[in-house]
Design a protein around this ligand. Sequence first.
Ligand code: FAD
Length: 464
Amino acid sequence: MSGTETSPAARHLAGRLRGDVALPGDPGWDEARSAFNLLVDQQPAAVAFPLDAGDVATAVTYAREAGLRVSCQSTGHNRGPLGELDGTLLVDMRRLDAVEVDPAARTVRAGAGVKWERVSPRLSAHGLAARHGSSPDVGIAGYSLGGGIGWLGRKHGLQANAVTAIELVTADGERVRADADHDADLFWALRGGGGNFGAVTALEFGVLAVEEVYAGALFFPFERAPEMLHTWRELIAGELPDEFTSWAKLLHFPPIPNIPESVRGQSFAIVVAAYLGPEAEGRDLLEPLRALGPVRDTFATVPPVVLGDLAMDPINPIPEQSRHALLDELSAETVDALLAAIGPDSGRGSTLTLFKLRQTGGALGREAEGAGALAHVPGTACAFAAGVVAVPQQLAEVEDTLAALEAALAPRRVGRLGNFVEQPADASGFYGEATWARLRAVKARHDPADLFAGNHRVPPAEAA
Ligand SMILES: Cc1cc2nc3c(=O)[nH]c(=O)nc-3n(C[C@H](O)[C@H](O)[C@H](O)COP(=O)(O)OP(=O)(O)OC[C@H]3O[C@@H](n4cnc5c(N)ncnc54)[C@H](O)[C@@H]3O)c2cc1C
């Protein structure tokens, strides 16, 4: 079936769902099918907007009976890997938006459509913080199912492994609550194996007591990227407490109105960091970088809600191409190679809007007890780069620069995290061999007909 034709089944679904269904040709069709990355142009068979878990079960059952596949999303931030979506019902969870915070038990229950921006401020008001990532706009569901690394990860591990229960609709339309004692294989696979095993309707997870953090950014002119990157590299190669997490970034703020005037159109080399400890200790840790003389220093002791905005991530949809790699070690040679690819003297100027290196290691590098499919993150740094493609003519230049950067980082690449991979990819490379085999076995047990299309595909194991 072509994705642009409306199947009779999709029309039938519209009559059965309490929520809405958008079909090709409907007035709101283009908005309903749009993704965060504006370069992604998908044509699903229909988009369902269920109101509750019962509605999700109805949508899943209809899709299965009609021979459609099902792909779930909470925000559409990582739709790029899904490809065309022909013959697929997109189930948009945005209306499953209930949030319950229990400050005494330090737990959260969130509907599958909830973004971090609805949870982090509430937690912060209680002196609590979640293991969220760099953007408040990201969905808790997709982030958690893909692993989820954030500012607290080096001390407290992956968000996926803080999840204590997941409610979902399985391929046969059953509503299931998976936890360590019930459907434990599904519970294991969902925590890092992504959206391949069912339509998640709610998640429960533990959060942490965090009253304050010493956090902020040091801005240097882009031309000083070599000094800054080498100093940062030496810093993270040394002995650092797990309470300290830092990033190095090269950022070219686009010359567009919704960027603050003070930085609009300007280029910077930036160190961003958060320290879960006293300010004096945080200052000592940052001293080698501060000694370089930043042009702007925003560090302060702040409530944890500030971590949501620390990275200055985009919150509006953008047309972008990106690449990502996990690096085993950041050697001086690697820094020189990446500077040759995208640094101030590379001749590629601001082709990429953003390049960031996140410090990993600490608890992220250790296998968590009772962990799901993503038990740890290999390497010491996580690289991500993105270039905005405002007009089609920019695409070749952005691709060429991303390729140069990838080549510079290739000798140190030890893996990739699905959350940061925004193109179709062979997901077997995200896991060790045994984990991949186990994920495929769980998929074969719970979704043998491959109904659910996760952003990164886990195919069912073939029958022995
Ligand atoms: C600005 C920005 C900053 C980011 N920062 C970080 C970061 O700091 N750390 C990090 O780890 N990641 C980060 N990411 C990556 C992010 O975690 C992934 O893009 C993630 O997949 C987004 O989840 P989502 O629910 O928002 O997106 P969606 O596109 O809605 O979902 C992504 C995938 O998750 C699965 N999924 C989502 N909801 C459901 C559901 N209800 N049931 C079943 N499957 C579902 C599906 O496979 C879906 O294709 C960032 C992304 C962006 C755009």
